[in-house]
Design a protein around this ligand. Structure first.
Ligand SMILES: C[S@@+](CC[C@H](N)C(=O)[O-])C[C@H]1O[C@@H](n2cnc3c(N)ncnc32)[C@H](O)[C@@H]1O
Length: 250
């Protein structure tokens, strides 16, 4: 978001306010007049400067968290909602590895991207991808229970996710983005079957501690790939590979 910084004499400013009633923020007063900012450009006035105020905006937005009253949850319209019915499959959103993937998806996923979720569990990441605007989304898992819950949760959210029983080597074709919240032991066996499934963007999670992270990075380097982004929470690491893109620019 941009803010437009102007300077006017005090009287001119009060005149402007009286006629236009624009919301503004006074930055400071001095002998040269009043410096103030608006969030819309003012007609007929040239700004001293235009500033990016992304952080203030994010801070402002983050103040409107969920409000709960009994079974009612009130959310502002920019929040994206995923419903997960508690079950046997992994993926309620409580575990840091899942939350790291959810953050990474918001950076790496572009509108319309096809997504493969390896080890989909409850389907949480596949469903979140759809909610974030993905095109085709496939979630695979080696557990029949997970596939059943993935389908149930996709229905609950009213999104079209293909929940399939299988391993990476069973998957045909390629996807814009592959997300895999697994663990180092599984990556040791299956990483090289996962890599050909993406056109270039990956999110890998489930790495605990620096030891896992270093071993995983070595596995990537052997195939000529490098992390482009590393996320951390409570000692868990999540690795992004490829171009996170510029979400602001669309
Ligand atoms: C840590 S859970 C992740 C669940 C969910 N994606 C999340 O982020 O919360 C890992 C899931 O991967 C599945 N899994 C383990 N090895 C797999 C493999 N080789 N291929 C596909 N799925 C696998 C497990 O059954 C489990 O459901």
């Amino acid at each position: 978001m941009k803010r437009y910084v102007y300077r006017l004499g005090e009287e001119e400013l009060w005149e402007l306010l009286a006629h236009e009633g624009v919301p503004l923020q006074v930055i400071g007063k001095g002998s040269c007049g009043v410096e103030f900012a608006t969030y819309e450009p003012l007609k007929g006035l040239r700004p001293l400067r235009i500033e990016e105020v992304r952080e203030d905006w994010e801070e402002w937005r983050s103040a409107f968290g969920p409000v709960e009253a009994g079974d009612i949850v009130i959310l502002p319209p920019w929040k994206k909602v995923v419903f997960i019915k508690p079950g046997m499959a992994f993926g309620t959103g409580l575990h840091p590895t899942t939350r790291l993937c959810l953050s990474a998806l918001q950076e790496f996923l572009k509108e319309g991207d096809s997504v493969l979720d390896v080890g989909t569990g409850s389907g949480i990441l596949a469903i979140a991808s759809k909610v974030l605007g993905a095109g085709r989304v496939v979630g695979i898992d080696i557990s029949e229970e997970a596939v059943r819950e993935c389908r149930e949760n996709a229905r609950l959210n009213g999104v079209d996710v293909e929940c399939v029983l299988g391993r990476p080597e069973d998957v045909e074709g390629t996807f814009d983005l592959v997300v895999a919240n697994l663990e180092i032991g599984v990556f040791r066996k299956d990483l090289y079957a996962i890599l050909p499934l993406s056109k270039g963007k990956f999110i890998f999670s489930g790495l605990y501690g620096k030891g896992d992270l270093e071993e995983f990075t070595r596995l990537l380097l052997r195939r000529g790939l490098k992390p482009s982004r590393i996320f951390e929470d409570e000692g868990w690491f999540c690795v992004g590979v490829g171009d996170a893109g510029d979400k602001e620019g669309g």
